[in-house]
Write a new protein. Structure first.
Length: 302
């Protein structure tokens, strides 16, 4: 059984207010016995004060993963999530998530992750099929149209089935010492030594390669959960969480089995999420999906 604890990782000083809600919402709604934020020594005193007493703060070894630090904070986070789960077990969640219900039922597995609807998967990047690439370009354009259209969430649902569904590493649950974690860490080191790599090559695409090549009868089973569990809105479409007039289109995508919402900070202009604070939530709660969701999950922010 997976240990009943949640892990988050933050590398850097200034923790945005919206990101701080990730461990707070997990502590409130995730059903965890412990919620731990693993952070480096640069975490600001104000961030420590806002979380102290609600979330356990655990400072990372400053000498840890020097190679990954040189590759940037995303690569370091990709390494740390695997190392922490391998050593301690539990559930890892990205800082751009909001937990909305208990993970309790999922802890009976030995390893789990979730699927999301994507275009540029690990398998596509190694494909020489021109039809697949032409289709990917067309799908990217369609997804961008859905991102900017007022009712884009509903429109995307009519074409979602044509998009590939692949595993993501934004939410992972595992027993300590699960073999796949060691396999992922070893493959990560091989990729770094072989050639220049991008952060996704050490994260989501690495997970896709390792998970999807494992045999179905593996004695260490992996559970892959459907898109609504962690990713009710896929990449790009998740921009509607910040869009005025989006509130019901977004909330209607939450499924009874949805455990958290991933809002994809890397695909949202930083000016948008940095502007989110208590006043913003209160002012936009009936018009913007994210504001309404936060006001329901953490009513004290009012």
């Amino acid at each position: 059984m997976i240990p009943n604890r949640a892990h988050f990782v933050w590398v850097g000083a200034n923790l945005p207010w919206l990101h701080s809600l990730a461990p707070l919402s997990a502590a409130r709604h995730g059903g965890f016995d412990e919620v731990i934020l693993h952070h480096d020594q640069n975490l600001s005193p104000s961030a420590r004060d806002s979380l102290r007493g609600k979330v356990q703060l655990c400072e990372l070894d400053p000498q840890e993963a020097i190679v990954y630090r040189k590759l940037g904070p995303t690569a370091l986070a990709n390494h740390l999530r695997l190392r922490i789960l391998r050593d301690l077990g539990g559930v890892y969640l990205d800082m751009d998530t909001l937990t909305i219900s208990s993970f309790g039922k999922l802890l009976g597995h030995s390893f789990f992750c979730g699927r999301e609807r994507v275009v540029f998967s690990e398998s596509l990047l190694h494909s020489r099929n021109p039809l697949r690439w032409t289709s990917a370009v067309a799908k990217t354009s369609l997804r961008r149209i859905c991102r900017w259209m007022p009712r884009g969430v509903r429109l995307f649902q009519t074409i979602a089935g044509s998009f590939e569904s692949h595993v993501s590493n934004a939410v992972l649950g595992s027993l300590a010492g699960h073999p796949i974690l060691s396999e992922l860490l070893e493959e990560m080191e091989r990729r770094i030594k072989a050639a220049p790599v991008r952060p996704k090559d050490l994260g989501v695409r690495l997970l896709q390669k390792v998970v999807e090549r494992r045999p179905q009868n593996d004695r260490h089973p992996l559970v892959v959960l459907p898109e609504p569990t962690f990713y009710p809105l896929p990449p790009d479409i998740s921009a509607h969480w910040f869009r005025p007039g989006s509130v019901w289109d977004c909330l209607d995508r939450l499924d009874p089995e949805t455990r958290c919402v991933h809002w994809y900070a890397s695909l949202v202009p930083s000016s948008q999420y940095l502007a989110v604070d208590q006043d913003w939530v209160w002012a936009h709660r009936h018009r913007v999906g994210l504001a309404e969701l936060v006001s329901r999950l953490l009513p004290e922010v009012r």
